[in-house]
Design a protein around this ligand. Structure first.
Ligand SMILES: NC(=O)c1ccc[n+]([C@@H]2O[C@H](COP(=O)([O-])OP(=O)(O)OC[C@H]3O[C@@H](n4cnc5c(N)ncnc54)[C@H](OP(=O)(O)O)[C@@H]3O)[C@@H](O)[C@H]2O)c1
Length: 307
């Protein structure tokens, strides 16, 4: 059997953990999971583990020398939009410069690089977007992610791919960052009222579907950009209501508001979301419906659902 030696960066994050578990199901992948921590935060998963801060070029080079990957999936990112605005230096180092380092290392050994990117590369004026839509980020996070997309091409012609995604929900072990669905669930479970924007549209993505889509990209050795998200374009307010419905919680606690209700310095694209026909037809990407994704998540976190 031909083994694909896969290096995963940011493997302790939400997507990183899901990808480790997904690839562990297939004997064709020999995985080295890496993250900043001394030890993995996940349990299970048949893979090696090594600490790696992607912003340290000598450490990245050493991992490449030791493991000699055929393919690298970069899940490391500063993915919190507000933190990117507060700390642009770190955001550029992780989301853009580190991608260039990874691309150069890939180029030097002929490895492929799959970069995970975001709907925030778009301005959100006319989503849902296809892969060939013109990026125009409106905040620092989006600008750094777009720079990362440009850097990945330095891995070499037909050696790069970009998996863009949208509002990812799901669970992982010892998460450093929550997500909208878990936040809504947590607040409503404690009967706390919440305000949720009704003027931001997204196609929410279940993390396990995203990991499955990336595995398909690896399997088919795809080059270029792929949009991997759920199919349903809904507002974040409607998403919160769907969470209440599926988890049998009190939807009257959810109050719809406009984005300017929050005193936030960061602007967010109003209407993103993706068209996923390319991924469906080329790699057989089959995301669950939002209801199915939420019900699956309920099983993962052992939470009762509405019948
Ligand atoms: N979550 C979403 O809604 C969403 C939407 C669109 C696109 N994306 C993209 O999806 C990808 C995965 O995001 P995610 O949702 O899994 O976010 P996440 O849970 O925040 O995972 C990112 C991981 O990267 C790690 N990291 C940060 N700086 C690093 C460094 N210097 N070296 C190594 N690792 C580093 C973080 O470590 P710590 O845990 O120690 O901080 C974290 O575990 C990112 O490219 C993100 O931009 C996410």
């Amino acid at each position: 059997m031909l083994y694909n030696r896969v290096l995963i960066t940011g493997a302790n994050g939400l997507l990183g953990q899901a990808l480790v578990h997904r690839l562990s199901r297939f004997p064709e992948y020999d995985v080295l999971a890496t993250a900043r921590d001394d030890a993995p935060r996940f349990t299970g998963g048949s893979c090696g583990y090594a600490p790696l801060d992607v912003t340290r070029p000598p450490d990245v080079e050493a991992i490449f020398e030791d493991f000699t990957p055929n393919v690298v999936v970069n899940c490391a990112a500063l993915s919190d939009t507000s933190r990117c605005a507060e700390d642009p230096e770190t955001a550029w180092a992780v989301n853009a410069e580190a991608v260039r380092t990874l691309a150069h290392c890939c180029r030097s050994i002929g490895a492929r690089l799959v970069q995970v990117s975001s709907d925030f590369v778009f301005d959100g004026r006319d989503g849902p977007y296809a892969e060939d839509a013109r990026p125009n980020p409106v905040n620092e996070y989006g600008r750094t992610k777009l720079a990362g997309e440009n850097a990945v091409r330095e891995a070499g012609p037909s050696k790069w791919a970009i998996a863009r995604t949208v509002l990812v929900y799901g669970t992982a072990e010892a998460m450093s960052r929550s997500n909208v669905v878990l936040w809504v669930l947590n607040e409503l479970s404690q009967n706390r009222p919440i305000h949720v924007v009704e003027d931001q549209w997204r196609t929410p993505t279940y993390v396990e579907d995203l990991a499955a889509g990336i595995e398909r990209m690896l399997h088919f050795e795809k080059t270029g950009i792929y949009h991997l998200s759920g199919r349903e374009l809904i507002t974040v307010y409607d998403l919160a209501c769907r969470v209440a419905e599926v988890f049998n919680l009190d939807a009257s606690l959810i109050h719809p508001v406009a984005s300017d209700f929050f005193d936030e310095a960061v602007s967010r694209p109003p209407r993103t979301g993706f068209l996923i026909l390319k991924a469906e037809s080329e790699i057989g990407f089959k995301p669950r419906s939002l209801r199915e994704g939420l019900r699956h998540l309920a099983g993962e976190i052992d939470h009762p659902v509405a019948s």
